[in-house]
Design a protein around this ligand. Sequence first.
Ligand SMILES: Nc1ncnc2c1ncn2[C@@H]1O[C@H](COP(=O)(O)OP(=O)(O)OP(=O)(O)O)[C@@H](O)[C@H]1O
Length: 849
Amino acid sequence: MSNHDILHQTGTRIIELDIEGMTCASCVARVERKLGKLDGVEASVNLPLESAHVTVPDNVTDQQIVDTVNATGYKAWIRESRPSPSTAPSADHTHGRETDMLGALESSTEGSAGDGGAVEHDHSNSAPGHDHSDGAGVMRQRASKGGTTEHAEHGAGGGGAAEHDRSNSAPEHDHSAHEDHMHHGPASRQLRPRLIAAAILTVPVFAISMIPALQFPHWGWVAALLALPVVTWAAWPFHRAAAINARHFASTMDTLVSIGVLAAYLYSAWQLFANPMMTEHPGMESTGGMGGGLYFEVAAVVTTFLLLGRYLEANAKAKAGDALKALLNLGAKDATVLRDGVEHKIPAEQLVAGDIFVVRPGEKIATDGLVTSGSSAVDASLVTGESVPVEVGPGSQVTGATINTSGRLLVRATRVGSETTLAQMGRLVSQAQTGKAPIARLADRISAVFVPVVLVIALVTFVVWLALSGDLNASFTAAVAVLVIACPCALGLATPVGLLTGTGRGAQLGILIKGPQVLEDTRTVDAILLDKTGTVTSGKLAVGHTLALNGHSPADVLSLAGAVEAASEHPIAHAIAAAAKSAMPDAGPLLAVKDFSSAPGGGVRGMVALNGAGNGTERTVVAGRTGWLELNGIFPDDAQRRALATEEAGGATAIWVAVDGEPAGIVSLRDTVKAGSAAAIAKLKELGIRPLLLTGDNAAVAAQVATAVGISPEDVFAGVLPEGKVDAVRMLQSQGSTVAMAGDGVNDAAALAQADLGIAMGSGTDVAIEASDLTVMGSDLGQLVQAIELSRKTLATIKTNLFWAFFYNAIGIPVAALGLLNPMIAGAAMAASSVLVVANSLRLRSFAK
Ligand SMILES: Nc1ncnc2c1ncn2[C@@H]1O[C@H](COP(=O)(O)OP(=O)(O)OP(=O)(O)O)[C@@H](O)[C@H]1O
């Protein structure tokens, strides 16, 4: 779907919300459920990003959405609102956060912009994404004043507040708000002092409660006093969340923690008040005669552990988002634009398509463009992950954010703002991170019913224990342990943190994963169709020699073919045109062509005007494969066909050139297999994936390439027409294979979409990227292998996370109910499970390092 299509769909719109105050999977489930109750509204909430992607029909206002979230006890702000790309957004997140990510990009390049307001204004005039936003009546302001204040509060001092002020005026700065969420969000900022205070007070409470040698007369009162601020002030975030939820008759994991901690403290306090003398002598705690004991240390230790868990979690969440931020920060800040021969330094976001800008050696290229003069090597490793700089010269396309290493370039901007490759990358990554795997939805649903169930289990534990043993002390301990061990927060973090880290690391490596479902697909894939030209081979063909037929000269054949091919984008065409040009006398221009037409996977056709013929003599030139010639009514004789077959048998890509309806010659071209292809294919086999070669080229060339890289001869599909590529995918699928397809061209788009896993390679065409599930920015097969490995590893990580999260709860609850788990250990275990899940995910950050 083109941007144009997206912009003109009506009926629903997409709202991006920032939501504050969610702590666990139960919160996520509640927000989704409440929003889902509004007619036609669908929401997908992301816990680590503290955001929601909501599809809203026209009859529901933005304010209603915000109010609904606020009414569930959280705080919501609208980051952005725009027409929906489709009526079923959760299924199609493809364009979900278009202007959002543009905003993100712009805010990241804002640093040197000087007057931010002016920059925004200029830019929104120039970027189509913005025009659209304006037209659609984007809600640019945050929904409530309170929201802004609150956000500013979380920012790091004045700078943060200033940033938010600006974010009120235009959506492009909302990303900075987002960053603040990640870095100075309520979590780490609020939790730190509470954690420190809790830890300092808990140590003595624990020591005097547990070590009789340290006890002194009336130590119980001292413990009660020391533990009081811990269970009230330090544990406040838990109580506050529990209270907010209770107001709405809902419960989350905070409810469990809050009840557990308060119960332990109040019960102990009640014991102490009932028998003030119970700790008169050291070691006398349980001789009070009521069968009770003191649990101040339990309340304090549980609080401290849980705060520690939350704190580490908050920091880890911030780290997990780093990769995306790093990606967005890649963009150049300034551009030197050439106007009337004079260089002007302007903020990069003020560039408009058509501007000519100067890039000096060592500078970042400000935006996507076409080199108009100069030559240099461009280091694209930051964007594509490919380490070898690419040579560019006039006519070469360059990508914004790549680095010009050697020469001075003049570049004409072709894509700016939301259109640039970098913006698209950011968008894809961000969408992937907000998407939800089916398994994560399951986890959300489970945790929503989980808390009330746990409350009941805790109550039953208490009652049954008391009935069976009559021991109030033991009954109480068991019930508190159940409450504490049951917090499902690890469950809520398992998928999003894994996904965030995996996709973030991918972005750094030039690998874009479109969504959680893709991870699942990479696991099941067992066959991969590799496009030959440009994927397995370099795609940089060179003309070997030209065979002339029917009395033509090789030079004539080449110059006529070159003239027509100059109008085509095909690698074969580039090679022939380049060879023809260098063979021209005095390196003059190629002959002029009119009535050009081309058939993908077939060849080209055009009328070439002969220079020097004076009276405008023209030749009809057809170049391409046999089938294309035949379509044009040209049928080579047997001897000519044999000549072609001989060329092909030698491993060349042989192209017919026909002039005025007669075969006139054969141009032979050669491609080179990429250095890393063989190793990558061996690796694919190791991963249990059967590599197959798919090409429009002739069988002999295909077989040679296949042998060179280790693909077995029966796994080669040669001479395949573009539409045949889809059939090849279907055929393998019908044989029961789960098929991946890697390709880079427009020709491949249909096959990419048909494949179970479509992988767009190389800087790829937009169509290919659109149709694919995975995009590998580099064109090296090794990167493709890396992409599959990373996806599989991310999925494995998520699964391990879910296992541990479920495991803790599944094992912990019965053990606690049986009275075999000390509440303090339960608290530590609970916190450890969250930390474990996050730490396990962060391991992905070192993937391929
Ligand atoms: N512009 C062109 N000029 C001449 N021949 C062409 C042109 N485009 C396509 N062909 C012919 O059609 C064949 C198939 O082209 P197609 O683009 O489908 O595949 P390819 O690029 O050769 O290989 P692959 O499928 O591996 O990318 C080519 O091998 C060539 O014979």
